[in-house]
Design a binder for this molecule. Structure first.
Ligand SMILES: *Cc1c(COP(=O)(O)O)cnc(C)c1O
Length: 425
């Protein structure tokens, strides 16, 4: 049997209808922004493998840090024990974050980071004898696939089977241009009507919705409404964190600071699964008590895995180099130039750029489904041409690793231009 035949025999892939899906590409190795399949064909990873990989595949600096840690202390339980890599990650991460973030809770992935934040939001009020059990989230939000994270997510056509079992979540419109007031009014109304514990949001960019963007001023306004009404704010920076928006965190564009933040993707440079939820001291104090029942009884077996922490520390170091910071600004400039060039194209509806994120919407005859016809045609065209891009409906976005070269970017832009002609002809 070939590898692909064995794959099909044994493996159930994520987000895949196995009866109708195209066969996966068998990847053998990666180097920088490039991936190689078992036949030696090269692919440019234009979306940093689902937004996790800022410093390139098989990065030697991070690999060395991981090897060193693996051969010193690969893992130790985090209940009753601690270790220097976790302590350093906490100290350094908090130093990079908005100044009100003071406590770190480790978990395994973006969904668990969100799950922890949502549980903390509910228990924060429970511990103070207040019953606040409603959550507010954006329409079209994506916060992950575990139960609470899925309930908070607004992209719901794949979660119908569970719709009756969700937490109480009320949705408000994303304050995109022209919809700001509607969004503010809606938030105020929900807060006035329900007992709301928290508002969870993807700051400035809704990734899975197709890189939908809105302005910092609008989010500041929403956060002010929450503050005035004793509603906790949760910034889900799982996608936006670690430089994607041009600043270390999307929250760095804001006047206000959230009560909690979730990070994961890119935390370890795309190597080892790990996530962190951070909190203000005030949130932590709601759990700090002589009463054991007020503690947060949540944990995962691999909490604060030392090897993951070593990878995170190496990633922080790379992120803060002048070279990487300059690359981020350079990619942003290149995106803005490409935007100028392409935005007048008769088949292009809208374009958006923030930091290293570029998105464009292609005109389509039908109302495009998330995994619809045009999307599949585009996806296959990109793969055939050696570029990894995963369009969302009729939106094509680029989110490259920061080490991407100019010629690789040129090829991505050119392939997108060709794809627009291809799908609309
Ligand atoms: C990807 C993502 C998640 C979920 O992360 P997983 O690691 O896939 O569980 C949560 N929130 C946002 C904003 C994301 O982009």
């Amino acid at each position: 049997m070939t590898l692909l035949e064995k794959d099909q025999k044994y493996i159930w892939h994520p987000y895949t209808q196995h009866k109708t899906a195209a066969l996966p590409v068998v990847i053998k190795s990666g180097n920088g922004a490039l991936l190689y399949d078992i036949d030696g064909k090269e692919y440019i990873d234009a979306i940093a493998s689902w937004w996790v990989n800022p410093f390139g595949h098989s990065n030697k600096f991070i690999a060395d840090a991981i090897y060193k840690q693996l051969t010193t202390l690969e893992h130790v339980l985090f209940g009753g024990f601690t270790h220097e890599p976790a302590i350093q990650v906490s100290e350094q991460l908090l130093a990079m974050m908005p100044s009100n973030q003071q406590k770190v809770f480790f978990s395994d992935n973006g969904s668990t980071a969100v799950e922890v934040a949502i549980k903390v939001a509910f228990q924060y009020f429970f511990n103070q004898n207040q019953k606040k059990t409603t959550l507010i989230a954006f329409e079209d939000a994506f916060h992950g696939d575990t139960f609470a994270a899925m309930a908070a997510s607004g992209i719901s056509f794949y979660t119908q089977a569970f719709a009756e079992m969700f937490l109480d979540v009320i949705r408000i419109p994303v304050p995109v241009k022209g919809k700001e007031q509607e969004s503010y009014d809606s938030l105020q109304k929900v807060i006035d009507t329900y007992e709301v514990s928290a508002f969870i949001f993807e700051p400035l960019v809704l990734g899975a919705a197709g890189m939908v963007m809105y302005e910092p001023e609008a989010l500041d306004k929403l956060m002010e409404i929450c503050k005035k009404n004793n509603v906790l704010t949760i910034a889900d920076e799982v996608m936006t964190g670690f430089g994607k928006t041009g600043k270390t965190f999307a929250c760095d564009y804001l006047q206000n600071q959230p009560d909690m933040m979730c990070v994961s993707k890119a935390l370890t440079g795309g190597t080892i699964p790990m996530a962190i939820t951070t909190f203000t001291q005030e949130v932590f104090y709601a759990f700090y008590s002589d009463d054991i029942n007020k503690a947060l009884f949540h944990g995962h077996t691999f909490t604060a895995n030392p090897t993951g922490c070593a990878a995170a520390l190496a990633s922080f170091e790379l992120l803060q180099t002048d070279e990487i910071q300059n690359n981020i600004q350079h990619i942003n400039q290149r995106h803005l130039q490409f935007q100028e060039k392409i935005k007048g194209h008769s088949k292009v509806l809208t374009t958006r750029v923030l930091g290293v994120i570029f998105a464009l919407e292609i005109q389509s005859a039908e109302d495009e489904q998330y995994y619809g016809n045009m999307r599949n045609k585009l996806y296959n065209f990109f793969i055939d041409n050696g570029v990894v891009l995963r369009p969302v409906g009729n939106t094509v976005y680029i989110l490259p690793p920061y080490i991407m070269t100019d010629s690789q970017l040129d090829k991505i832009y050119k392939t997108i231009e060709d794809a627009i002609e291809h799908v609309s002809s």
